[in-house]
Design a protein around this ligand. Sequence first.
Ligand SMILES: Cc1ncc(COP(=O)(O)OP(=O)(O)O)c(N)n1
Ligand SMILES: Cc1nc(C(=O)O)sc1CCOP(=O)(O)O
Ligand SMILES: [Mg+2]
Length: 204
Amino acid sequence: MTFHHGVYLVTEPLADLGTIVAEAVAGGVDLVQVRDKTADTASLIDAVHDLRRHATVPIVVNDDLDAAVRADGIHVGVDDLPPSQARRVLGPRAIVGWSVNDPVQLDEVEEVAACDYVAVSPVWATRTKPDHQPPLGVDGVRAVARRTDRPVVAIGGIDAARAFEVVAAGADAVAVVTAITRAGDPRSAAADLVAAVREGREQR
Ligand SMILES: Cc1ncc(COP(=O)(O)OP(=O)(O)O)c(N)n1
Ligand SMILES: Cc1nc(C(=O)O)sc1CCOP(=O)(O)O
Ligand SMILES: [Mg+2]
């Protein structure tokens, strides 16, 4: 298991998604998650295949193990299948990520060991996921990073300034939706996030 990513784009269903993803990757995004809560397995697989034409970086799928088999991995949360089960199906080379909405989840050692990263979810409130759990804040990022040897991804309400803050607090990477998908210039938004992550690491 290796995880050497810094800026992680989680997609939303948009007509020009391929162009946005291509621009984001050109700007430095190094991992993409296909997330569409209304899509069926076949549509998710189509989306993965389509994005492969736009992105040379790994592509993981949210929630759907059958679609993830055709991608580079999966992201699961507490209401999805457990990471250990995803790992058994997808094998050691797949990327498996797990949402941590409460640091107490880190006591589930088998699940943590099955992950390539844990996502502190959410750090800040966000309208992108209306059903999100209570925000954990920068202190939550720090607490999770101290308690796990897994790479920590921060998600929820993150822009470049906040990316610096969470990485300085111990996150290894940031995951964003709207900071890139709704930016006027997704390439430049991605590059700003990459720079903020680098500066956050230098601050530690
Ligand atoms: C990188 C990343 N972090 C957290 C989530 C949220 O997963 P989950 O809690 O399962 O919620 P849904 O995305 O399925 O609504 C994520 N997808 N990606
Ligand atoms: C996909 C997702 N999961 C979250 C969680 O808290 O589990 S927050 C989120 C969306 C983050 O979107 P934005 O970067 O636009 O705030
Ligand atoms: Mg989920």
